[in-house]
Design a protein around this ligand. Structure first.
Ligand code: ADP
Ligand code: MG
Length: 456
């Protein structure tokens, strides 16, 4: 191993301690040190987004960490884009300066023609652990709309996690900042209906022409294309047409294109030619921030303990969080009463208990034993091997934090163990999380994602 590799390894090991596993995997893992010369340290990164993000968020951490390793502050950082890196960006082209196609007659297209929803903006989207890559990617595309190599941009993720919000924010940003550019938003259903009608009326060329006059085309929920076999051939040509006329295409989907069965391979590879980025359920802190923003938007002030109660108990999707705020607001404005924690619990009983009924000790044991690939019955037995004891403690941790069950009842489901054993095991995991032990943070986040998906 040469010096540069050694330094890169040390650098990554050290920086790991500052970040959670998701951020580390997204932003740091793909980074390579490629040159160290006369005080210049050159990093190779997968995309421009990485450069912007690292400069914005991690510059000081980079400098401090390298300073510690090298024993000097006398260096400067350089970033180079590696277009061959195995990242979701598969295009190897350099950024193309898109020829501006709008003419003066296109100027100031009315907002209603965009079919966008004005309420979704970047300003009212809370960025946090789980959505940061998708947020930064959308913002980058919006800011560099005539000069982006992320074409198409595809955002995928579960229901209610903010896909429509983000792509609409991108469209609104372009509309507001570039009055000379034309934006159109459509759901895939609307898109397919248009195509089918135009094919029927033999006016498909006119429709293609109409689309090629747009600078940004947003199509929401492309997973529905899967069921529209006949339209897929036409869709493929339309995508090529838009792409070749330098229109920016922005897509969303519930799943990664590889997981959309019945989707034409040519369409899949077309989708994958740009940037594919995912949205995952967000962490507790972000959920609380979203609740604050949603209640501020309707001028409704909620106590912190109420906010934390909702954020702790609704960790499925953001739409459910919003639903909870609206429910409390309705009560507050209807009866003109403030909402105490107890009142909130009562009002949200259905919303929160329905989630809890779908999650129980048995399900947590299934998920955890699957995750660690150990037979479930070992969680109940006396087995004390390190692996089994750890998995058992993790399962107990989730039972105490995700369910309303008492530690006595949890202990009973783990081979009649004492309640103090449950508290002790769960407490050990909590302690590791508090000290940001990277492995524990990764395991807990991973399993929480599975739990969230299974209770959606
Ligand atoms: P999806 O299209 O993924 O099903 P939406 O974009 O419709 O989800 O989001 C559902 C609701 O949650 C919307 O009202 C949206 O504004 C809100 N939302 C989602 N993520 C965030 C976020 N990070 N910050 C603020 N609001 C959010
Ligand atoms: Mg949506």
């Amino acid at each position: 191993m040469n010096d540069i590799n050694k330094i890169e390894d040390q650098f990554k090991d050290k920086i790991k301690c500052f970040l959670n596993q998701n951020s580390f995997n997204t932003w740091i893992k793909p980074v390579k040190i490629v040159n160290m010369d006369q005080g210049n340290i050159s990093f190779q990164v997968p995309s421009k987004i990485h450069i912007d993000y690292i400069r914005g968020q991690y510059k000081t951490v980079f400098e401090q960490t390298l300073g510690e390793i090298l024993g000097t502050d006398n260096f400067s950082l350089k970033f180079l884009i590696d277009s061959d890196t195995d990242f979701a960006i598969t295009t190897k082209e350099e950024p193309v300066v898109v020829k501006k196609k709008s003419t003066s007659k296109n100027r100031l297209a009315p907002y209603r023609e965009t079919l966008l929803n004005p309420k979704y903006t970047f300003d009212n989207f809370v960025m946090g652990n789980g959505n940061e890559t998708a947020y930064v990617s959308s913002l980058q595309v919006a800011k560099n709309i005539r000069n982006t190599q992320y074409n198409p941009l595809l955002i995928y993720g579960g229901v209610g996690l903010g896909k429509t919000h983000l792509v609409s924010a991108l469209g609104n940003y372009v509309f507001n900042n570039h009055p000379d550019l034309k934006v159109i938003y459509m759901t895939s259903d609307q898109f397919v209906i248009q195509i089918v009608n135009h094919i029927k009326n033999k006016t498909i060329d006119t429709y293609k022409h109409f689309l090629s006059s747009k600078d940004v085309i947003i199509i929401d929920d492309i997973q529905f294309f899967a069921k529209k076999e006949k339209s897929q051939e036409e869709l493929f040509h339309i995508f090529n047409y838009i792409y070749n006329s330098n229109g920016q295409i922005v897509l969303t989907s519930d799943f990664h294109p590889n997981q959309i069965h019945e989707l034409d391979d040519r369409l899949k590879s077309r989708f994958k030619m740009g940037l594919i980025t995912d949205l995952r359920p967000v962490d507790l802190e972000t959920r609380a921030a979203i609740l604050r923003i949603k209640s501020e938007e309707i001028d409704f002030s909620m106590d912190d303990e109420v906010i934390m109660y909702i954020a702790n108990n609704i960790n499925t999707n953001i739409r459910d969080l919003e639903g909870a705020v609206k429910k409390l607001y309705f009560f507050h404005s209807h009866y003109n009463k403030d909402i105490s924690l107890n009142k909130a619990k009562e009002i949200l009983k259905d919303l929160i208990s329905s989630k809890n009924t779908s999650l129980n000790i048995d399900k947590i044991q299934d998920i955890v034993s699957d995750y660690f690939s150990i037979p479930k019955d070992l969680l109940m037995k006396k087995t004390r091997t390190k692996e089994v004891a750890h998995a058992r403690a993790v399962a107990m941790y989730f039972c105490t934090t995700q369910l309303q069950s008492t530690t006595t009842s949890i202990g009973a489901h783990f081979g009649n163990r004492e309640h103090s054993t449950v508290s002790h095991a769960a407490g050990k995991i909590q302690k590791k999380l508090n000290s940001k032990d990277p492995e524990t943070v990764r395991v807990i986040e991973d399993i929480l994602n599975v739990i969230n998906l299974s209770t959606c």
